[in-house]
Design a protein around this ligand. Sequence first.
Ligand SMILES: [Fe+2]
Length: 231
Amino acid sequence: MQEKSPLKIDQFELGPMANYIYFISNEKTKDAYVVDPAWDSEFIYEQAQKQNLNLKGMLITHGHPDHTNGINALLKHIDIPVYVSLDEASFYKPICENIIDVKPGESLTMGDFEIKLLHTPGHTPGSQCFYIEAPSQTYHAGDHLEFVSKSIVISGDTLFLDGCGRCDLPGGNAEIMFDSIANILMKLPDETVIFPGHNYHHQHCDCLSNQKKTNPYLQYDNLKQFIAKRM
Ligand SMILES: [Fe+2]
């Protein structure tokens, strides 16, 4: 029988663009980070209180407003750092006093595990994914999520289930996106469960090994084909 991991992922769909907001929490310590607080900060704060979570910070996958428009309202409830990639375009940086610019390869410790910040530009210059390897245990469950894996990644708008983020918005770059997917995300362990930034699929999450079979953007081994499809 598998032991339950202290790592818990909660996924909430909020707003008119089907954004996913996440809590990454440690069920033992109740320490937690909220990913991409947007659309309904009251709801997000209430959910954190309901679980007695000790919110340590906000993790921002990228600066598009549909992922960041709840930051300031949430800061009125709780004064915590807001982690944004150092490389995010100035015109996408959320405007607030609590911003901490993070560099690729940095990580945040949550007791039994750490959250690694993977810089995955392409959708925006400062897009980042959050990767976690569980300790020895392997079973995770959120409210409506059940999955078995030793690792997870919250992929923002870099990678969707059976899709990937647009590269035609200001700051986007399909060539760089190809590199982020091929050289960073594709190299994560196959069992890694992907949690995307939007609900664009009938599944809430899926493992990388399945996505390698069904996601067209993970099938291209050359840049030209990828760009032709993406653009
Ligand atoms: Fe986006």
